[in-house]
Design a protein around this ligand. Structure first.
Ligand code: 2IP
Ligand code: CA
Length: 380
């Protein structure tokens, strides 16, 4: 299944391209930042363009993966629904068509007849950017498409993507907010056990070329199945190995009790805040933080599946925080790993796929243990 990895790297790059085009083309950018409300929204298929951009990226990934691996077509899930409805009860299913012209015509129906915007978007969707990652060439992955499912987050940290702040930081520091936090996430899991086995992350806004003002992206990937554990990044050193203490990244909206407990454990300078659930896990993958702790059920399977696979490939993982806090022994703590195949049937809508108990993303089991010890009894 190394072909699947190469395909995902290509479609993620295409997705990143669409994300960049939507910000670079003045006409699309104008649509992106404009919020549709009230009557306007109900009359026609005048959706928020940001939702359409998300749906289009997700459908493009679904289309390309389904075309090459038809056995996977019914197991490709994402954050967005591709059904657009207007106030008159009419609906349009947004899909990627056989030709650029057909896709443009379909997109024009949801863009209130705006043919120019529809054509620009369709062009980006039907373009095939060249991506090669030599490190995937010699790879063999013993998995078959009929045992796999996929989670897609077309753009994680959408608010940062729309706001578009460009931050400049020194090497070795994480970005608390801004375009760097926006990521395309594609995760692959085993249908039988729900384990994440392959992940591709594309950061569309990684580096801005000062000569032409254009953004360049960067991709990261990992495979973890059986005794194969390979990641495009090598395992970073932990804080303690580097001579410092444990460092943690949190959401700025994290509960006060968690912020306080982790300040006592890590020290205030080792506690960091960043936007984007995917980006925070990527910080752990890159060694910019040792752990990411989240006490709320505010992330979903599509946020965590891809980066989780990379962390596993590096020897770490992502566990359910609330289950891990209930485990009786240290040995059990790592057994509450998040899985991706089962929904919470008692919940409705997106909540069926929430990581309900919160999470801890880590590279090192002993650090996971320190975090859990610091939080025990504080959250229940
Ligand atoms: C969001 C996004 C948010 C994150 C939230 C995710 O996904 O990553 O930034 O909140 O958990 O579900 P926070 O930044 O506070 O961690 P999306 O942008 O795709 O809705
Ligand atoms: Ca998300």
């Amino acid at each position: 299944m190394a072909e699947l990895l190469r395909l995902l790297l290509r479609v993620a790059e295409k997705a990143a391209n669409v994300a960049r085009v939507c910000r670079q083309e003045a006409l699309l950018f104008q649509l992106l930042v404009q919020e549709k409300t009230g009557d306007d929204k109900n009359k026609k298929f005048v959706q928020d363009f940001k939702t359409l951009a998300d749906v289009v990226i997700q459908e493009m990934i679904r289309h390309d993966v389904g075309a090459q691996f038809p056995e996977m077509a019914d197991f490709i899930h994402g954050e967005e629904s591709n059904k657009f409805e207007n106030g008159l009860g009419e609906s349009v299913i947004v899909t990627v068509c056989g030709t650029e012209e057909e896709t443009a015509a379909l997109l024009a129906t949801v863009l209130d007849g705006d043919r120019t915007a529809a054509s620009l978007l369709a062009r980006a969707i039907h373009q095939n950017p060249a991506t090669t990652d030599a490190s995937t060439e010699a790879l063999t992955v013993p998995l078959s498409p009929s045992e796999l499912g996929i989670w897609i987050d077309p753009i994680d940290a959408t608010s940062q993507y729309i706001e578009g702040r460009e931050e400049v930081l020194e090497e070795g520091h994480l970005f608390p907010s801004g375009l760097h936090c926006a990521l395309v996430l594609i995760g692959v899991y085993l249908r039988s056990t729900g384990e994440p086995v392959m992940g591709v992350i594309n950061q569309p806004f990684n580096y801005k070329d000062p000569s032409n003002g254009r953004w360049k992206g960067k991709h990261f990937w990992g495979v973890s199945c059986g005794n194969i554990n390979i990641c495009s990044l090598s395992r970073p050193k932990c804080g303690s190995e580097k001579g410092g203490g444990l460092s943690a990244v949190l959401s700025s909206s994290e509960k006060q009790v968690v912020k306080e407990s982790l300040t006592s454990l890590c020290g205030p300078e080792k506690l960091m805040y960043a936007s984007g659930a995917g980006y925070k896990i990527l910080c752990v993958i890159q060694g910019l933080a040792d752990v990411y702790v989240l006490s709320e059920g505010s992330t979903f399977k599509w946020d965590s599946c891809a980066p989780h696979a990379l962390l596993r490939a590096l020897g770490g993982g992502v566990v359910d925080l609330s289950k891990s806090l209930q485990s009786a022994s240290e040995a059990q703590e790592g057994q509450a790993e998040l899985t991706y195949h089962q929904s919470q049937t008692e919940c409705k809508g997106a909540d069926r796929w929430a990581n309900q108990g919160g999470l801890v993303a880590y590279r090192d089991c002993s650090q996971l243990h320190s975090i859990l010890t610091a939080l025990k009894g504080k959250l229940l």
